[in-house]
Design a protein around this ligand. Structure first.
Ligand code: AMP
Length: 272
């Protein structure tokens, strides 16, 4: 595996290969990332993975500093997966050039996580746009676990006529239904069980809405149950129509239940 740190080395590779698939990550690699990488490798021969913890998408310095980093473990995983290129930029490499595209923030950025993490999606799009300008990948692989991020990146790409195809990838979960996340490492056994119980409850609620043909979706009772489980802080729990991106009202819409809550200091998100 070749580790690239500088733009000039990146350019050499890009000039050589005209069909790169790109998987951006913040490291702390897990089975979810592995799935994206394997899919990219299967569909397109040459995969380029990036690891960069982007300070611009964090709301607090403490959160940025405590974000899990384990480059040695990440390197082992990437080597095991036979990844050809790893881009490991510094802050300066990424942010010291002038971009061509203007960041397009669709209004969906004001909802859900956007409402509770001001500036977060602007920070995400800033770095993703820079990657796209630098790497010009044929395809970019993104997880539906971060559905809002995925949609906003798609909207930015389309608005700026960027010639990169977005490949949406399913959420990979543990057998207890908890989605893999770099932040899971900080959860105790008790907290893991609690998170699993919470996401399973949300999954069950979606099934009930469908089965009982509920005409006016309300998640108030579920929210109360989550508090009863012992969850102290819920940012949101909301049914969202996956096409219109508006609040879902009825069972027969194509919707997911989006949630963000804290277990101790760890913020978990999912959409089911
Ligand atoms: P991150 O390192 O958290 O920024 O995530 C990098 C990419 O992996 C993003 O496109 C995420 O949506 C995706 N991802 C994170 N967790 C999962 C998961 N459990 N299953 C599938 N994809 C995931």
């Amino acid at each position: 595996m070749k580790i690239i740190r500088r733009k000039k080395d990146l350019n050499k590779i890009i000039n050589k290969i005209n069909s790169l698939s790109f998987i951006p990550t913040m490291g702390g690699l897990h089975k979810g990332h592995e799935f994206l990488i394997k899919k990219a490798k299967k569909e397109n021969k040459v995969a380029l993975v990036s690891i960069f913890v982007n300070p611009k998408q964090f709301n607090s310095k403490i959160d940025f500093k405590s974000y899990p980093r384990n480059i040695n473990k990440d390197l082992k995983i990437l080597k095991k997966l036979n990844v050809k290129y790893l881009y490991l930029p510094t802050y300066k490499e990424i942010f010291s050039f002038k971009t061509k595209n203007k960041i397009y923030l669709h209004s969906f950025s004001n909802r859900l996580c956007g409402k509770y993490r001001p500036g977060h999606f602007k920070g995400v799009l800033n770095v993703v746009n820079r990657y796209l300008e630098l790497i010009k990948p044929k395809k970019i692989y993104l997880g539906k676990k971060d559905f809002q991020q995925l949609v906003l990146i798609k909207k930015h790409i389309s608005k700026n006529n960027i010639k990169t195809e977005v490949v949406s990838c399913n959420t990979i979960r543990y057998s207890n239904f908890l989605p893999y996340s770099s932040r899971n490492g900080s959860l105790s056994r008790y907290s893991t069980d609690l998170a699993s119980k919470a996401f399973k409850l949300i999954k069950k609620e979606k099934k009930i809405i469908k089965r009982k043909k509920i005409k006016k979706i309300s998640l108030i009772k579920i929210k109360k149950k989550l508090f009863d489980f012992g969850i102290k802080k819920i940012d949101y729990i909301e049914a969202v129509n996956l096409n219109s991106l508006k609040k879902a009202k009825k069972y027969n819409e194509k919707f997911n239940i989006f949630s963000a809550f804290y277990i101790g200091k760890t913020r978990l998100i999912d959409n089911i």
